[in-house]
Design a protein around this ligand. Structure first.
Ligand code: SAM
Length: 244
């Protein structure tokens, strides 16, 4: 049926395109692409010849209105350059406005670098906070990290090779000794996942910016130590003394 279809695409390995995504792209009336050159390759890979329209961070209300006008009668697919649309990628305003206009919005889930990295890191996955990209400037980055330092959850961040060393140094500074992982080139030939404490990783990458795309996963803060019998005794004495 007509509507807006959110289609996840591979993050490096074309074999990860789902069968459902390939079928949808072949039968779509329009593909909204972040970068038409990037998505053209994917469409030709699945043998789809579908008109494309650019939809990216620069798209405005008028662009969305033009898309929404077609959703009642056409199958419109939203794709990103890689991975799941809307996850550190454009799309949420379009989804919101499509819903508000009463159109079908359908998701075709698939690859997402943040989730893939968490499956490799060996860190707790029961609670996680996705932070997207940290600010590039040091002061803003330190502030963003301070804001989440007390959160009892695994942190997941996107980063680029050239900025990795600086990001890890800020994380080590702001979060202390935590276990972490640097997941790189996921699903590609040179996929790797390097683990260590934040300061070990910061040191390793300080002068050796790696190539490729990166996800940083940081484990949660160590649980506060259980109070000892002596702690409890002292707390009790202090409370009694305060009540006298
Ligand atoms: N929407 C995408 C997703 O679902 O993962 C993310 C888009 S975001 C603009 C691009 C960032 O995702 C990269 O800078 C990198 O941090 C991460 N990323 C994408 N592909 C990756 C891969 N194959 N390996 C590691 N990180 C990747």
């Amino acid at each position: 049926p007509p509507g807006l279809y959110i289609v996840a695409t591979p993050i490096g390995n074309l074999g990860d395109l789902t069968a459902r995504a390939a079928d949808l792209l072949r039968s779509a009336d329009l593909v909204l692409a972040e970068d038409k050159r990037v998505s053209a390759k994917l469409l030709s890979h699945v043998g789809a010849s579908v008109p494309m329209r650019t939809y990216n961070d620069h798209s405005d209300t008028a662009d969305r209105e033009a898309v929404i006008a077609r959703l009642g009668s056409e199958v419109v697919a939203l794709v990103s350059d890689a991975g799941t649309p809307l996850i550190s990628d454009p799309g949420y305003k379009l989804v919101r406005e499509a819903r508000a206009a009463g159109h079908h919005v359908v998701t075709l889930p698939g690859p997402c670098a943040a989730i893939a990295a968490m499956t490799l890191a060996g860190l707790p996955t029961d609670r996680f906070l996705f932070l997207g990209f940290l600010p590039p400037k040091e002061k803003a980055r330190a502030e963003a990290i301070a804001e989440v330092a007390a959160v009892r959850a695994t942190l997941v961040l996107y980063e680029s090779g050239p900025r990795l060393g600086a990001a890890l140094a800020s994380l080590a500074n702001g979060l202390g000794q935590r276990e972490a992982a640097v997941a790189r080139e996921l699903t590609k030939m040179h996929e790797e996942c390097v683990t260590g404490t934040l300061s070990e990783l910061a040191e390793r990458y300080a002068d050796a910016p790696p190539r490729g795309e990166i996800v940083i996963v940081v484990g949660p803060p160590a649980p506060a130590a259980e109070p000892t019998a002596k702690d409890l005794d002292e707390a009790l004495k202090a409370a009694l003394a305060a009540g006298e």
